[in-house]
Design a protein around this ligand. Structure first.
Ligand SMILES: Nc1ncnc2c1ncn2[C@@H]1O[C@H](COP(=O)(O)OP(=O)(O)OP(=O)(O)O)[C@@H](O)[C@H]1O
Ligand SMILES: [Mg+2]
Length: 455
């Protein structure tokens, strides 16, 4: 739509746009334009008009939520009004007199941006609808199947075994199952099985009684007790040692266990979700994982394919992360260009969705424009030692984001806490001499009877 009171100019602009294959309405005032604006993709308006002026007109268009992009035409010497119009959301401006070539260039540029916005809006609408479950994005057939399974299985107490490479979304799915279950008001307790040394694992899972071992000066409930009426999420189940596998089996079959150092059998009402990023069947064949436990866990298997096997999810995930992270990071970029998405589609994503999310985050931090371009993509290809099921020998031993040093400090603090600050007892728990412990405490700035901060 062209809004221009000067008839000759209006006709020239209209004819030129029609020669570019646009359908054009030409009107002489804002009042005439308003009722037509809802169906326009683009409004080109003069700022100085009889009756309602261009600025008022733009405000009115916004008030009606009209989807059109706006280009303003300004007379020579009235740039301030053009700036005001741009602040109100006008996409560009043309200073009179302008050439028809310049008109064509500006119109084409604005329409291209508009098309991109529409495309992103369409994708966002789709995301809001079918291709999203909570905040989990997935358009591929595999992910939609998974959403259906989650919906069906969530209301039950059935045990679920999630399998998939690192970063495919196992944690997210586990939480979604809990969230959509009648247990959602009760705790979701995550237990990272890799992160625990065997002797600690047992007391973590099942708790202990006062005096169960040196330093157990008070009784403590385990994770399963904490998860009573809720959900226990056993991450990296493939790493659980044999003697604890037996106890897990009993939890699954009878919902019963004893605390360490106690004969009292306790009952717990818990739903178990387990996850693994290695193929448990290999562990079965090698005898590292009990067959009976495997079948108890594998009641409802959910296999989440790696991202490289569901590439159609990549554009949707990318847009989701741009929207989400742009807000968090206060970045100017709100969109991603098709060429940038193409770059993402070419890569194999050994670190799966987590790696994609990190890549978008890095790109947002370093980008300067309003739309992420192909050149902004910071893909760190061929990282060495990337965690993936294809290279289990390089899979991380420590929980994500954890360092050995911090881990050691946590163990030391925990030992000090359990021994109520008694260094001899704490040293025994850690298999250290008292002097070795004192040395480490001094390194941590915790020697000399300092208070032990509770974790
Ligand atoms: N489908 C998805 N939609 C949106 N975000 C996702 C999706 N899948 C994964 N993510 C994001 O990717 C990251 C990794 O996901 P998550 O921690 O669930 O993976 P995981 O399979 O548990 O990995 P690991 O085996 O390393 O524990 C998280 O930040 C999560 O928010
Ligand atoms: Mg996880």
């Amino acid at each position: 739509m062209v809004v221009e009171d000067e008839e000759k100019l209006r006709r020239v602009v209209q004819l030129h746009l029609e020669s570019m294959d646009f359908e054009v309405d030409g009107v002489a005032s804002a009042e005439q334009g308003l009722p037509l604006a809802a169906s326009a993709d683009l409004v080109i308006t003069d700022l100085r008009l009889p009756g309602m002026d261009g600025i008022q007109f733009i405000k009115q268009l916004h008030g009606r939520g009209a989807p059109a992009a706006v280009i303003v035409m300004t007379a020579h010497g009235s740039v301030e009004t053009a700036v005001e119009a741009m602040k109100l959301g006008a996409a560009d401006f043309l200073q009179k007199p302008f050439s028809l070539d310049h008109l064509a260039t500006v119109v084409q540029k604005v329409m291209a941006v508009q098309a991109l916005r529409d495309e992103n809006r369409r994708m966002r609408d789709e995301l809001d609808g079918r291709y999203q479950f909570d905040n989990i994005i997935g358009r591929s057939a595999a992910m939609r199947d998974i959403f259906q399974t989650v919906e069906r299985v969530a209301p039950t107490r059935a045990t679920v075994l999630l399998a998939g490479e690192s970063g495919v979304g196992k944690d997210m799915i586990a939480r979604a199952i809990h969230h959509h279950s009648p247990r959602s008001r009760h705790p979701f307790v995550k237990i990272n099985c890799t992160a625990l040394p065997e002797n600690l694992m047992e007391s973590e899972l099942f708790g202990y009684e006062k005096g169960a071992f040196t330093g157990a000066s008070v009784s403590k409930p385990g994770k399963f007790e904490q998860a009573d009426q809720g959900t226990a999420f056993l991450d990296e189940i493939g790493d659980v040692p044999g003697n604890i596998q037996v106890k897990l089996l009993r939890i699954l079959q009878e919902r019963q266990f004893e605390r360490l150092g106690s004969n009292l059998t306790r009952n717990v009402d818990v739903r178990v979700i387990a996850a693994t990023n290695v193929d448990l069947r290999a562990a079965l064949e090698e005898g590292r994982f009990r067959e009976d436990l495997y079948y108890r866990l594998n009641v409802v298997p959910i296999n989440i394919p790696p991202l490289r096997q569901r590439r159609e999810d990549i554009p949707f995930l990318a847009l989701h992360f741009v929207t989400k992270l742009s807000k968090d990071l206060g970045s100017r970029a709100k969109d991603i260009s098709p060429a940038a998405v193409d770059r993402l589609l070419e890569y194999s994503w050994p670190g799966n969705v987590r790696e994609l999310e990190n890549t978008i985050e890095r790109s947002l931090v370093l980008a300067s424009g309003e739309t992420l371009q192909a050149g902004d993509m910071r893909i760190e290809a061929a990282r060495t030692g990337s965690p993936s099921a294809a290279q289990p020998q390089t899979a991380p031993l420590l929980p994500e984001g954890e360092t050995l040093e911090h881990w050691e400090q946590m163990m030391i603090k925990e030992a000090m806490r359990r021994s109520n600050g008694n260094k001899s007892q704490a040293a025994r728990m850690l298999g250290l001499t008292r002097n070795a412990l004192r040395y480490r405490l001094s390194q941590m700035g915790m020697d000399g009877g300092a208070e032990v901060p509770g974790e």
